[in-house]
Design a protein around this ligand. Structure first.
Ligand code: PLP
Length: 349
């Protein structure tokens, strides 16, 4: 039997898709994936370990109960996902497209839309990376998207979108507005979760990934219970494993620890911004998240030179010309990054 041409066998929309590169370049200082540098000190109970032969709680009730207390919402307003990525996937499966989002933003909104065969529409941000409200509203009126994704703070630009602008989009849209708050814990802006009382078309997406528990793959969405019921229909059974459920629950019980980590990262962010500002030819963008986008000439070459110095940052220059994105790490990691970048700039000038 001849080996099939798998690419030709794949659906049309899959053929032109490229796999999300979660590249693993080994580096001493890893500042490319917006992870927290602080691993919480959690342990699994003997009760959890004694039940590994059983399927996990399919609804994740204990965790949902804790989250409902934390945010003063009903348990039926919460859905858990194997990472918030999975929830983005389930939302688009359940409601379909068109799917609209500002660009540049988190690439999964577009990748998942294409994978499912739904139209993804990117509306360019303004040059200061704020929402182009006029264009957004016009596109929403004209194209009637089923879902709008707003990452606020936005990955990879780092800024939060203006609250008034998001509220206007909520008012105008007949579809679902997902405010992706993956980075909200690092922001000076308040969460949109309390706004769920005012807007039934609002959904707030959250994750444990950026606050110290990326390995768990655990995200959740909070929305109107009618919306949650529809998404729940396409959720695969047992999508969140028992170990992740138990560890996330434990981390919620020990909030002070994760808050302390966030506080340290926010303080370090101020320091790194100041350092970047003092480097000739480097333009850094204001950040409300646990990373900073910065621009300089020859970003590709600088990215490679940083890797040679043992520092891995994310090269964003395909999406944003001359842009690199650095995640805030420990004070030592940040110092290593700043020293390496300073040296590289000096050598190149
Ligand atoms: C990292 C990230 C996510 C994905 O989070 P997971 O819960 O790890 O899947 C979602 N949205 C944005 C904007 C992100 O940057």
């Amino acid at each position: 039997m001849k080996k099939p041409d798998f690419s030709a066998l794949a659906r049309q929309n899959i053929r032109s898709l490229t796999a999300y590169e979660a590249k693993e370049i080994p580096c001493r200082v890893k500042l490319d994936a917006n992870e927290s540098p602080y691993a919480p000190d959690l342990a699994l109970s003997s009760q959890v370990m004694a039940s590994l032969n059983r399927y996990p709680d399919p609804q994740g009730l204990a965790l949902k109960k804790a989250l409902s207390k934390e945010y003063a919402v009903a348990e039926r307003q919460i859905l858990l996902g194997n990472g918030s990525d999975e929830i983005i996937y389930n939302l688009i499966i359940a409601f379909g497209g068109p799917v609209l989002y500002p660009v540049p933003t988190f690439s999964m909104y577009g990748i998942i839309s294409q994978a499912i065969g739904e139209q993804g529409i990117g509306i360019p941000l303004q040059s200061d990376f704020s929402l182009d409200l006029r264009k957004m509203l016009a596109a929403i009126r004209k194209l009637q998207p089923k879902i709008v994704f707003l990452s606020s703070p936005n990955n990879p630009t780092g800024n939060s979108f203006e609250r008034k602008a998001i509220e206007e989009i909520l008012h105008v849209s007949d579809g679902i507005i997902v405010v992706d708050e993956a980075y909200q814990p690092f922001s000076k802006e308040k969460s949109f979760i309390p706004e769920l009382k005012r807007f039934s078309n609002l959904a707030v997406l959250r994750t444990f990934s950026k606050i110290g528990l990326a390995a768990l793959r655990l995200g959740y969405i909070i929305a109107d219970e009618g919306m949650i019921a529809e998404v729940n229909k396409v959720r695969l059974p047992y999508n969140v494993n028992a170990l992740s459920q138990a560890l996330a629950l434990e981390s919620l019980c020990r909030k002070t620890e994760s808050r302390a980590g966030v506080k340290k990262i926010v303080a370090e962010r101020t320091r790194v911004v100041k350092e970047l500002k003092s480097m000739p030819g480097v333009e850094s963008c204001p950040s409300d998240a646990n990373f900073i986008l910065f621009r300089l000439s020859n970003a590709d070459a600088v990215h490679k030179a940083l890797i040679r110095s043992g520092v891995l940052v994310r090269n964003m220059s395909v999406m944003i010309p001359d842009a690199l994105r650095v995640t805030i790490g420990t004070p030592d990691e940040n110092a290593a990054f700043c020293a390496a970048l300073r040296t590289i700039i000096k050598e190149r000038s």
